[in-house]
Design a protein around this ligand. Structure first.
Ligand code: DSN
Length: 422
């Protein structure tokens, strides 16, 4: 056993050397501890993940891949990356894994780089209907460099219109089809997307950033058997460090690796790669599977509670970790609701709803997610209380109720502390 002590984060030293930044870190920790964190794409990482992130692996330049680096001294970080790759392949039943993308957007950039060239046609979900910036937004590389055709949800069901996806695919013959979203509460039928991709000879990319943790926890079906390539972030339900990851079929492995490095990125962040490996191990445990199921049960309870508060869950509910809530019934826009909740120490985000009459900066909805509150140990009964508190906050036009709501929030989170003190 190695007896060398870990040389890691020493907060007292930071506080002494740089009190300004130390204060920011402590204030943010207090914000996490003292409020309700309902951003659907956030979570609370474990101490083990944080230790790997705060390690001296951050110092190492390791351009290339294990055994094929452009720098010396990579034997140890090679071990970390190999362990992470094997864990990812085992957890998701994937042929190949690349742990180097710095973020979800970087992972998506690499997938574009591997399979399409500027000017090619790509079919993806439109941002106002729940897609992501990298699925073709005009202000993103995807919309600037590619000929994007967008599909959306039906106005009556608010579910993906697979007939529209098929018709658009046959009409435009995209080289790549993207399935996946950031504000779609329902399961996506990957088998239909596979059929459509095969009909038009397109690559099927699944952007699984939002729900990959639920897949890891075996709480929802996996896109891995259907997709040519699956991209995702590691910091959402999956509860790892901020970062990205890519899984693909063996036939695409070399293309994907070359697209991540050297096409899109330079040196990997080896502390983050090691932290991803730690998170993958955690996600393979039975307790994580229980967690993933509870995340969904909590989201369903929260959506039902918000409906009782006069707010309408888009598509009638959720099968996942998030609910998209139409708040037009309360005569409030999303931006206002977000600010009112913030004043009561409830953190969530405004969101466009499908066919939204409001501009994106306002939005007619809010998005709520349960990954973080479930990590804290909250269950369905707590979600009932959370819904009532959100309802009060959203209605609190003059701000008079905010201090009382914040007190109740503090009471609730103190029963389920994130990052307990002492
Ligand atoms: N920004 C993320 C989200 O909140 O959904 C997606 O990248």
């Amino acid at each position: 056993m190695n007896s060398t002590p870990f040389w890691g984060p020493d907060f007292d030293q930071l506080a002494e050397e740089d009190p300004q930044i130390a204060a920011v870190i402590l204030d943010e920790l207090e914000r996490l501890r003292g409020g309700l964190q309902l951003i659907a794409s956030e979570n609370f990482t474990s101490p083990a993940v944080l230790a790997a992130l705060g390690s001296t692996l951050s110092n190492k330049y390791a351009e290339g891949y294990p055994g094929r680096r452009y720098y010396g001294g990579c034997a140890d970080v090679d071990r970390a990356e190999n362990i992470g790759i094997e864990r990812a392949k085992a957890l998701f039943g994937a042929d190949h894994a690349n742990l180097q993308p710095h973020s979800g957007a970087s992972a998506n950039l690499a997938a574009y780089g591997a399979f399409v060239s500027p000017g090619d046609t790509v079919l993806a979900m439109s941002l106002p209907h729940g897609g992501h910036l990298t699925h073709g937004s005009k202000v993103n590389f995807s919309g600037k460099w590619f000929d994007i055709v967008s599909y959306g949800v039906r106005q009556d069901t608010e579910l993906i219109d697979y007939d529209e996806v098929r018709a658009l695919a046959h009409q435009h013959r995209p080289k790549m089809i993207i399935a996946g979203a950031t504000a779609y509460p329902r399961l996506i039928d990957f088998s239909i997307f596979r059929e459509i991709a095969d009909e038009v000879d397109a690559i099927l990319m699944v952007d699984a950033a939002h729900f990959i943790g639920l897949v890891a926890g075996k709480a929802i079906p996996s896109p891995v058997p259907y997709a040519d390539v699956v991209t995702f972030t590691t910091h959402k339900v999956l509860r790892g460090p901020r970062g990205g990851m890519i899984l693909c079929k063996e036939e695409h492995a070399a293309k994907i690796d070359k697209a991540v490095f050297p096409m899109m990125q330079g040196g990997p962040l080896m502390h983050a790669v090691a932290a991803k490996a730690v998170a993958l191990r955690e996600a393979a445990s039975p307790s994580y599977q229980e967690y993933a199921r509870q995340v969904i049960a909590n989201a369903q309870a929260l959506a039902a509670g918000l409906a009782e508060e006069g707010m309408r869950p888009v598509s009638g509910g959720t099968d996942t970790h998030l609910a998209l809530i139409d708040i037009q019934g309360l005569d409030v826009t999303g931006d206002v609701a977000e600010a009112r909740c913030d004043a009561a120490r409830i953190t969530l985000n405004k969101n466009a709803i499908p066919y939204d009459p409001q501009p994106p900066a306002k939005g007619s909805g809010i998005r709520v997610g349960t990954p973080a509150v479930t990590t804290q140990g909250m269950t369905e009964a707590d979600m009932g209380q959370v819904a009532v508190l959100i309802g009060r906050a959203v209605r609190d036009a003059d701000g008079n109720d905010a201090p009382a709501i914040a007190e109740q929030v503090a009471d609730l989170v103190s029963k389920h502390p994130a990052y307990p003190r002492g």
